[in-house]
Design a protein around this ligand. Structure first.
Ligand SMILES: Nc1ncnc2c1ncn2[C@@H]1O[C@H](COP(=O)(O)OP(=O)(O)OP(=O)(O)O)[C@@H](O)[C@H]1O
Ligand SMILES: [Mg+2]
Length: 619
């Protein structure tokens, strides 16, 4: 009955949506980073006129060594009618079956009770809500006052304080605050009416009482007062702070006021020191000993960079990541494996390993590839063929490069690269001389023959050795990646392109810009780039390389050489002390930066993974 009335009374039914917000750690961050996050939160508070943030504790599990372990993680939800860019989700909560004055009974048999914060200390600790996470669902609800009522509310308060005869320090401080507030409201800030409360659960009333006492003990120690308002329990459980029937006046559900600037740090809720992503894969353990469960699909993009010096555990980590991602998400994999480390364990990774031999034809003819149409146009544009041939065959000379561009354009109808070289030799013998290398092995093997490349494939390039090997590896990588790109961007199935020893390619602008392009566009197709390299300074010294490093939502930093430290600090804004700690850590230990998270961790292989994936030193 009550319910029907409530609905009828609602003037216009606004469609509320539930969005998921991304948390991050707070402890490890320096002041700048905290300011940045709080600034973002302030933006949200300014944008959303009515909102409710609910931090919900959830049970999950992670698997390690065939054992399943329970874990608790928090979900950060925002309920609002404002249209936002965040991912939408649902808030699934058991319904109320019976309402009592001071608790409610839920359809799952549990009891729920809500305790409201009704007195706030003068100094509210930054991010204090996080202290209650896990004890119940923490709710922060706000409504922006329109500027006129905000101004008059502040004015009334100011007048009241001014006219009060007391001039104790409390009143003076309050007055200062209010005067400050008057200055900022209407500028960058708004005034909010807000409520903070915690909804906790128990099987019995006794259990509710225990929870309440626990919460109150923390609250008291911070000089907050909390209370369980009678008759409001049903409303609070449903994120409302009003009831439609007469109840004795309750101080505790009266709103408090705060400006959005102050709120952005006092009520900053998006705090999670542990990385436990819902539905993620187990990576290892954080320094604090909690499991690290990572889900790349919860980040702004799915790219991942692994940086570390020789022997720091990059390839081990990449293999573990790919294997677990395959198991969890059935990802497709396309790989470039310069040291034949992955082709050796292709079965464990669920891919086909192709060991490229010196005299094997690969069929990677750019002219043939240019005739393959894709949904997004040609597999390789004519202009790109010119850049590719120039990067790999011409000296660094602008005039020659321009001549080659014109030649490619004139002869773009060439059946094959060999036919093209023939025509160039007649037309422009100087350029032809440089391209001549295409006609004989080892280069000719790359272009000759037929290509057959499918999903879930890794090419091992180690047997390409001797002089000019890194150039050949880069050329093959580039042409393969062009085909990989077509496969990656032809559907939205999840997948990763991985490149190990990526520093090999930094001197080839076409290769790097191709990879950069993939890293930028991959997300749209549910794909990610897994970019593995030593020598971060070399990669960052290159514009495309730096973009790749900067744009990746996830970065794992393993043991570093001194030369790499400065770059990493710059690119990833890590504190010097943290960065220097990376100079001497054991394999598999490092810093993971993903989304807003920054944590020290150890990548934990299972014993089978360790045996299968470790490098044996036979090369
Ligand atoms: N997470 C880990 N736990 C324990 N040992 C590890 C871990 N990762 C790597 N190792 C050890 O370190 C060795 C080197 O690891 P890996 O081959 O992954 O290094 P890398 O960084 O790829 O080196 P390179 O740059 O030479 O390719 C492995 O063979 C293994 O013995
Ligand atoms: Mg390696």
């Amino acid at each position: 009955m009550m319910k029907g009335q409530t609905q009828a009374k609602t003037k216009k039914k606004v469609e509320e949506k539930v969005y998921e917000l991304e948390p991050g750690p707070f402890e490890l961050l320096d002041d700048n980073e905290r300011d940045r996050l709080e600034g973002e939160f302030q933006g949200l508070l300014n944008l959303v006129d009515r909102g409710t943030i609910v931090v919900v504790s959830k049970q999950g599990e992670y698997e390690y060594e065939n054992e399943k372990y329970p874990i608790i993680y928090n979900k950060f939800l925002l309920i609002t009618a404002t249209e936002l860019q965040y991912n939408q989700t649902k808030l699934e909560r058991p319904r109320i079956v019976k309402t009592h004055p001071d608790y409610v009974e839920l359809e799952n048999g549990l009891l729920a009770q809500s305790a409201v914060f009704y007195r706030f200390p003068d100094i509210v600790p930054e991010g204090f809500l996080a202290e209650y996470f896990g004890l119940g669902d923490v709710v922060f609800k706000w409504e922006a006052l329109d500027p006129v009522s905000a101004a008059s509310a502040i004015d009334r308060t100011r007048k009241r304080l001014e006219s009060s005869s007391s001039n104790d320090s409390f009143t003076i401080r309050k007055l200062q605050k209010v005067t400050q507030l008057q200055g900022i409201i209407g500028g960058q800030a708004k005034l909010l009416r807000f409520w903070v409360y915690i909804t906790y659960y128990g099987e019995t009333k006794g259990e509710l009482k225990n929870k309440f006492n626990q919460i109150r003990a923390i609250a008291k120690s911070r000089l907050f007062d909390i209370d369980i308002p009678k008759f409001y329990q049903g409303a609070l459980y449903n994120f409302r702070t009003d009831v439609d029937f007469f109840v004795p006046f309750y101080n505790s559900v009266r709103p408090h006021y705060v400006d959005t600037i102050t709120a952005s740090w006092q009520f900053y809720p998006l705090i999670s020191e542990d990385l436990i992503d819902e539905g993620g894969i187990f990576l290892g353990f954080s320094d604090s000993g909690s499991p690290v469960v990572f889900n790349p699909y919860r980040r702004a993009n799915y790219n991942m960079i692994i940086l570390g010096e020789t022997g720091s555990g990059k390839s081990m980590t990449a293999k573990i990541f790919l294997k677990r991602m395959k198991k969890q998400f059935n990802i497709k994999i396309w790989g470039i494996d310069p040291e034949n480390e992955y082709v050796k364990v292709s079965t464990a990774l669920g891919v086909k390993g192709v060991v490229v031999k010196k005299n094997m034809t690969l069929g990677l003819d750019p002219f043939k590839l240019s005739r393959i149409e894709t949904e997004e146009g040609r597999l390789i544009d004519v202009e790109d063929i010119a850049e590719l041939l120039a990067d790999f065959y011409l000296p660094n000379d602008i005039a020659l490069r321009n001549r080659l561009r014109a030649l490619v354009d004139d002869y773009k109808d060439s059946e094959s690269v060999f036919e093209f070289v023939e025509r160039v030799r007649k037309e422009d013998p100087e350029v032809g001389k440089y391209l001549d290398a295409i006609n004989s092995p080892p280069d000719s093997y790359i272009f000759d023959g037929d290509v057959s490349i499918s999903d879930n494939i890794v090419f091992g390039l180690k047997e390409i050795s001797g002089t000019g090997a890194s150039r050949l590896k880069a050329l093959i990588t580039t042409l393969l990646t062009i085909i990989y790109q077509k496969l990656m961007f032809s559907n939205k199935e999840k997948g990763y392109l991985f490149i190990d020893e990526a520093w090999l390619f930094v001197n080839y602008p076409v290769t790097m810009s191709l990879l950069e392009n993939i890293s930028r566009r991959a997300r749209k197709y549910n794909k990610g780039l897994l970019f593995v390299t030593q020598k971060p300074a070399d990669v960052a010294g290159n514009e495309a390389g730096r973009t790749i490093l900067e744009q990746s939502a996830t970065v794992l930093l393993l043991r570093q050489k001194k030369a790499g430290i400065e770059v990493l600090q710059k690119v990833y804004g890590i504190r010097q002390q943290e960065a220097e700690a990376l100079l001497n850590v054991d394999p598999g230990h490092g810093i993971l930066r993903t989304g807003n998270y920054l944590l020290r961790l150890y990548i934990q292989p299972s014993s089978e993974e360790f045996e299968a994936f470790r490098t044996t030193g036979e090369w």
